[in-house]
Design a protein around this ligand. Structure first.
Ligand code: PLP
Ligand code: COI
Length: 340
């Protein structure tokens, strides 16, 4: 299939409308069979549950062109499972996990011309989501829902590409203990908008959120988990019940241990100990691994020894191995790569 004529190498992380998207509706207790459509618009009742009480969840994953010309998706089964957990927490019906994976296949196949070429630096971002459709005025769950999945070609999430980021410790909280930080609900991102706008206005790339209860432990950023590298080369990632269980982070912890022979540990990380780490990165589908060079805590600068010019050496190894697996030139663990 002929690729679209796009300046792939200079794409940012934005929305470009592609040809087809998948839609399935839930009504009277059942999902319909689902279909691909050209129609990128949604018409809603003024009182739709999603508009009144933010009953919406989403996922994010990517499809890649491999060196040998295949198109693959990375671990879509884990996104399907996480979306099921998100649905349950927001009292929404689960979109069956095998149908989620099938929707990924159908939508990527139908938009093959939009999958950026191997080596272009761009990828096809997939956005599955689900929301309450029917009118809801008392505070209660909707009874009708729509599941959709669209695709958009994207470049790096952060403007500088692989240049180390400067982040600040946020005075705002993202997620409460026993709240919704561990699921991918739109409301968590609405919570973060003021924090990110003010961070950008002050010259920071992102926010480091702390645990809301004690404000002493590192949680995550608005759209990625943290990875730290200790001075003796161990990979450490924060453990918390109020952060999103990142699929990229889970994959990187495996890669660290099984491919790179590193020690890798998920444990509580205090803000106090951040100054002792050698490297820091943000990991996620959109962020991949974006290096952090500086963390500012109310005027106190924590400068990572890896500096402001390039990724630290272990972060780089993790990045190269993970993207090598995703783009098909490093053998993947069983079940990580789904060919489209
Ligand atoms: N944390 C938050 C808040 C996110 O939005 C994301 C992105 O999905 C992640 C972490 C990373 O998760 P994943 O690696 O599954 O994309
Ligand atoms: C993703 O990485 O898929 C996300 O959903 C993060 C978002 C900030 C774009």
């Amino acid at each position: 299939m002929e690729k679209k004529q796009i300046d792939w190498a200079n794409l940012g992380f934005g929305y470009i409308q592609t040809d087809k998207r998948y839609v399935s509706n839930y009504k009277d207790g059942a999902w319909d069979e689902g279909t691909l459509t050209d129609d990128a618009t949604i018409t809603l009742n003024e009182c739709a549950g999603v508009l009144q009480y933010a009953q919406t969840i989403f996922e994010g994953l990517k499809a890649y062109s491999t060196e040998d010309g295949r198109v693959v998706a990375f671990r879509p089964d884990l996104n399907a499972a996480r979306m099921a957990a998100s649905a349950q927490r927001l009292e929404m019906p689960v979109f069956p996990e095998e149908r989620f994976v099938d929707a990924v296949k159908q939508t990527v196949s139908a938009n093959r011309a939009w999958v950026p070429p191997y080596g272009s630096g761009a990828t096809l971002y997939l956005r599955p989501y689900m929301f309450g459709m029917n009118s809801v005025i008392g505070v209660k769950p909707a009874t009708e829902y729509q599941f959709r999945l669209f695709t958009t070609p994207v470049g790096p999430y952060f403007k500088g590409g692989a240049k180390p980021l400067t982040i600040r410790v946020s005075d705002f909280d993202r997620a409460a203990p026993h709240g919704t930080g561990h699921i991918k609900a739109g409301l968590n991102y609405a919570m973060s908008l003021h924090a990110i706008v003010t961070a950008h206005a002050e010259g920071y790339d992102e926010n480091m959120y702390l645990d809301a209860a004690t404000r002493t432990k590192v949680e995550e950023t608005g759209g990625a988990n943290f990875l730290f590298i200790t001075k003796d080369g161990k990979v450490v990632t924060p453990k918390s019940d109020s952060i999103l269980p990142s699929i990229t982070r889970r994959s990187l912890m495996y890669v660290a241990k099984e491919y790179l022979g590193l020690e890798a540990e998920e444990r509580e990380v205090t803000l106090e100990e951040v100054k002792d780490f050698a490297e820091c990165g943000l990991c996620g589908t959109a962020a991949v691994i974006s290096p952090v060079g500086k963390i500012v805590n109310h005027g106190e600068e924590i400068c990572l020894p890896s500096g402001m010019e390039k990724m630290g050496p272990i972060t780089q190894k993790l990045y190269d191995t993970l993207t090598g697996i995703q783009m098909g030139h490093i053998p993947a663990p069983e079940g990580w790569i789904m060919e489209i």
